[in-house]
Design a protein around this ligand. Structure first.
Ligand code: BG6
Length: 278
């Protein structure tokens, strides 16, 4: 069932018998919290997130689609700024889930003249959150898209956090003129703004380790992994981020950008992305 949140933004709550829960807004099909049965919220939400049409919520899991990053469309596309429908909620043995739907509309056709459906399922399986993201071309022409599940993970302190599992992958460094490098280290550490697209990095599990534990992140179909923290200067320019909150999160995102996905009429693409504490 739907509840009314900040500024009247409706949200749904998922709950498992063991006590894990999630809060998901219809706006953006935005997962804002995921608390496991021990009460730990795996996701970061900004204390200054703005609940306003046309503005993305800062934190949680924004869905970037049909464009990741800057380009013809507004930054990160329109899915995160659109109100989705709640299609279905299910409680089955050990799994509680909700499926959200976004279809083309007059609004979306102005900027993206294609007919599509996005089906996004969020599942709580014990203390794991699993997502299934499906894109379907419902029109009669092919279209291309890029996208991401732009997850903000809570960390105890960014300067004692490391991201593991990306050694040997090539990355595009967005803070160094989009130059390509090979990741040499077992651990990615944070000492200044870090904004990298690890190409084909999603073929590995990624671990986010902080002083309190380790989050394991797994991917299928999604090819790339973006790792991002804005650090102090860039965070200063983000009006919807609370004071000092840049220290409290790291984004480890499931991304499809190095290969643009082309969908022929009636074709679909789906990818899964899941996380849990070790
Ligand atoms: C990241 C980009 O994925 O998203 C960053 O790599 C960007 O460059 C960040 O700043 C946040 O974007 P936005 O539009 O949500 O402020």
């Amino acid at each position: 069932s739907l509840h009314e949140g900040e500024n009247g933004f409706p949200f749904v709550t998922l709950q498992t018998a063991a006590g894990a829960s999630a809060k998901i807004y219809l706006y953006g099909a935005h997962v804002a919290t995921f608390k496991d049965s021990k009460g730990r919220d795996h996701l970061f939400m900004s204390s200054k997130a703005e609940f306003k049409q046309g503005k993305a919520l800062r934190g949680g899991i924004p869905i970037c689609w049909p464009q990741f990053g800057p380009g013809k469309l507004p930054q990160h596309g329109f899915a995160r700024n659109s109100t989705w429908q709640l299609n279905d909620t299910k409680v089955e043995e050990g799994v509680t889930s909700a499926t959200f739907l976004l279809k083309d509309s007059e609004e979306t056709k102005k900027v993206f003249p294609h007919s599509f459906e996005l089906h996004y399922t969020v599942e709580l399986k014990g203390d794991e959150m699993n997502t299934v993201f499906l894109v379907k071309n419902c029109g009669s022409d092919a279209f291309d898209w890029t996208g991401a599940l732009h997850t903000y993970f809570n960390v105890a302190a960014i300067d004692s956090t490391s991201v593991k599992g990306l050694k040997g992958f090539t990355y595009v460094d967005k803070v160094q003129d989009a130059k390509e490098f090979e990741e040499k280290g077992e651990d990615i550490k944070f000492t200044s703004q870090l904004d990298r697209v690890y190409l084909k990095g999603a073929s590995n599990d990624v671990h986010i380790q902080d002083t309190e534990g380790t989050e394991k992140v797994t991917f299928s179909s999604w090819k790339d992994v973006v790792v991002w923290n804005p650090w102090v200067e860039k965070a200063g320019g983000m009006s919807d981020l609370g004071e000092g909150e840049w220290k409290k999160y790291v984004c480890v995102e499931a991304v499809q950008v190095s290969d643009v996905v082309r969908l022929e009429p009636q074709q679909s693409w789906s990818g899964t992305y899941a996380f849990s504490k070790l």
